[in-house]
Design a protein around this ligand. Structure first.
Ligand SMILES: *Cc1c(COP(=O)(O)O)cnc(C)c1O
Length: 426
């Protein structure tokens, strides 16, 4: 009897939540989510598993677009945040803030080369905004070269750097001076550098662009060109950072040291929102030398988020999650490639580095159906924002092999089912 009452209550909460999305959040998004197969309300999550209000469990192969590298509710991160919550969650901004100082020291230690100073903010797009401002101040130049298909966020500055028109056109005029050239083509970057160019900004591996790994000489060439021409190299590691690709930072695959690096997503350990841009002493001198308040953020550097980030970095290093990502990424891709061999016409490519994996379909409709089919079978995936033909697998780096096996098996079934549904179309 009680069960019946609980079920009724539960269904009502689900219905009400979806209705409120329609009335107060975003009606189109509500439809999109239901159409994609996510018509329930999330309730709890732990490790690589998300549970909805109906009690269905899902293996999280999206991982919050890279947020949940440590999985959901990592115990060490949660404990650090609890401890900080009980003494001082937000900074007075008047006294020195120890968690901020400790985190910035730690970031200097783990980031490559001469990156030493950090500005802590609250999201990826804020980190990019700060990086762009720093590059302008340091070089006293205005322009940027970025990559087609690149994703750097959706506030006005980072949107100017983002390389997909549909998200930009409605907001024009954006910030002038941003030129987009094909990703992976260092020669094109060189050709478009002018006397006004301040920096080149790229993701080491394009995430939203469709999980695109550049040729091996790309980043080293960019480093060389930027040094020769006296401009800055900004590496946007918001999605690739902190072990995701099998190295602590993706630039390490090519031994490249950027002048500015941006981080966010996984930096908060899957518990707190946080972003950062990290630069060299000269850049900091140029930005903050005359006015230490030149760039500020009210919530940026708050002790709660800084403690989460420190714990996240600690867990990542202590458990050697970059190596684990490299090993499990190979394992995952092996499974996905077997499925590709079964459906060679439908699946164009399986590619990735570490646990940043993309599966490219010949037709984007198939990808959409596959995502829905996987959701119904208990696996969460999504397509890449700037390339709907590609679905991404970005699970927590702590995912187990048997969970990967299940995800591959479910993927196989969902592709088979999707192909039956579109037969005649394809
Ligand atoms: C997600 C992302 C951003 C933007 O981060 P937000 O926190 O959503 O503003 C920027 N760059 C890259 C590479 C990203 O993947």
């Amino acid at each position: 009897m009680d069960d019946h009452k609980d079920f009724a209550e539960r269904d009502e909460i689900i219905e009400e939540t979806i209705r409120k999305y329609g009335e107060y959040v975003n009606p189109g998004l509500a439809n999109l989510m239901r159409f994609a197969g996510f018509g329930d309300v999330e309730a709890t999550a732990l490790r690589a598993t998300v549970t909805d209000m109906s009690g269905s469990q899902y293996i999280d192969c999206l991982g919050g677009y890279g947020v949940f590298s440590l999985g959901h509710r990592n115990a060490e991160v949660v404990a650090a945040v609890h401890e900080q919550l009980d003494c001082m969650p937000l900074s007075s901004k008047i006294f020195f803030n120890k968690p901020l100082a400790d985190l910035c020291e730690l970031l200097a230690e783990i980031t490559p080369g001469r990156l030493q100073y950090s500005f802590i903010c609250n999201s990826g797009t804020e980190a990019i905004e700060g990086a762009l401002k720093a590059a302008r101040m340091f070089t006293k130049k205005t322009d940027f070269i970025c990559a087609t298909g690149g994703f750097h966020g959706k506030s006005m500055g980072s949107l100017s750097a983002t390389g997909r028109e549909i998200y930009k056109t409605p907001f024009e005029p954006l910030i002038p001076g941003f030129t987009h050239v094909p990703f992976g083509d260092a020669k094109a970057v060189e050709d478009y550098i002018t006397n006004d160019t301040a920096a080149v900004i790229v993701e080491p591996i394009q995430g939203e662009g469709g999980i695109i790994i550049p040729p091996d000489d790309y980043l080293p060439r960019l480093r060389q060109i930027c040094t020769e021409r006296g401009i800055l190299l900004i590496a946007d590691e918001v999605q690739t950072g902190l072990g995701r690709t099998g190295r602590m930072f993706a630039v390490e695959h090519w031994g490249v040291e950027p002048d500015i690096m941006t981080l966010a997503k996984a930096l908060g350990g899957g518990v707190m929102p946080i972003g950062a841009f990290i630069g060299t002493p000269e850049i900091w001198e140029a930005v903050f030398g005359e006015n230490p308040l030149m760039h500020t953020s009210t919530f940026g550097g708050n002790p709660l988020a800084c403690r989460a980030a420190m714990a996240a970095i600690h867990v990542t290093r202590f458990k050697d999650l970059p190596s684990q990502a490299a090993r499990l990424g190979e394992y995952f891709m092996e499974g996905l490639r077997e499925v590709k061999n079964k459906y060679p016409k439908a699946i164009a490519e399986v590619r990735g580095l570490g646990l940043l994996i993309g599966v490219e379909f010949a037709h984007e409709d198939v990808g959409e159906l596959v995502i829905g089919g996987m959701a119904r079978r208990g696996v969460i995936a999504a397509y890449t924002l700037n390339n709907p033909k590609v679905i991404r697998f970005e699970p927590p780096l702590i995912i187990r092999e048997d969970e990967i096996d299940t995800a591959v098996c479910v993927f196989d079934e969902a592709v088979g089912e999707a192909l039956e549904m579109v037969e005649g179309l394809v």
